[in-house]
Write a protein that binds this ligand. Sequence first.
Ligand code: FES
Length: 235
Amino acid sequence: MKTVRFSVYRFDPSSDKKERYATYEVPYKTGMTVLDGLLYIKERLDHTLAIRYSCRMGICGSCGMTVNGLPRLACYTQVKEVGWSLKVEPLRNHPHVRDLVTNFDEFFKKHKSVKPWLVRTDSREQESPTSQYLQSDAELEKYIQFSYCISCGLCYSACPVVSSLPEFPGPQALALLYRYLADSRDQSRSERLKIVDEAVGIWRCHFAGSCSQVCPKGVDPALAIQLLRREMMRG
Ligand code: FES
């Protein structure tokens, strides 16, 4: 039977053991994902392995990890896409908690800082709606691709600016800010622009583009940042 070699990063802050890589041989099955392999390890070879996942179908965004050097969703990555020998590590740019689990507190703090919701001034209508907020297809087109973000943190993990400047908001928060700025129903344009027109705001992006390359949902945060800069210049 064909087997897949998993070399998995192990680290437990409550133990004296230093960080290390443990190797496991996992029988291959057609259609096997990286998450399937890790669950096989956890269920049959080493139940102490810590991983985070939920939906197993690329929706919840909780199974992000570094596979053979690239940030990926474990449940969305077929083993045969990446090879028969896998090095699996936690996401970069997120503090490590244990084994493959990382802490997303800072990531979600930045996410929340861009006000990822529609801001309206018609509070009475908000409380007691009398009609719908209509949008044309062209208006929808302006932001729809950026609304596909599942907040998995892969783009944040791939961003070289976050690596060197941890205060940088990161591609996910900036793309999300653009998503609401470009939405014709939103009424907080100037406040939104102020949030990122800072010394460590959108101007610090080097346009490496790695965020867009790793997004499992085809979102293009690098484009959103460029569009945001254009909006900033327009004022
Ligand atoms: S488990 Fe939900 S995206 Fe992978």
